[in-house]
Design a protein around this ligand. Structure first.
Ligand code: 5GP
Ligand code: ZN
Length: 111
């Protein structure tokens, strides 16, 4: 979608940062990592967020996150997959994405 930061990343010259890609899904490192592993996993097609995407799309993202966690070697130590939704959820970029976080011990509850 025009004017969407993540659509721009997927179609532009920052594509070199992509760490995973298949027909439907792409993933790249977060620019402001909150953990040793912090990858953003998102559909190539634009959906504003969790409320708008079909379950199949969200499922594909989570499956890709699981694979990336394995590739990054954090599948056994553990990791967190998070989708922030809307303003109370803390979403700042309006293109559905899942955060894959790992490589350190996570705290709960989140802030
Ligand atoms: P949200 O706050 O919507 O859940 O997550 C947005 C994420 O996108 C944040 O963790 C933020 O650091 C990341 N981000 C914002 N701008 C860019 C960018 O230009 N490139 C990358 N790789 N990540 C970005
Ligand atoms: Zn987009």
């Amino acid at each position: 979608m025009s004017g969407c930061l993540f659509c721009d990343i997927l179609s532009g010259d920052k594509r070199s940062g992509i760490v995973y890609e298949d027909e439907h899904i792409a993933a790249f490192e977060d620019i402001n990592p909150q953990a040793p592993v912090h990858v953003l996993v998102l559909p190539k097609r634009h959906y504003t967020g969790l409320n708008d995407a079909p379950a199949e799309t969200s499922g594909r993202c989570i499956e890709a996150a699981r694979r990336i966690a394995s590739e990054k070697g954090i599948d056994n130590s553990g990791y967190r997959v998070v989708a922030n939704c809307g303003s109370d959820g803390g979403q700042t970029v309006g293109h559905l994405h899942f955060h894959l976080l790992g490589g350190r011990r996570m705290k709960w509850p989140p802030g």
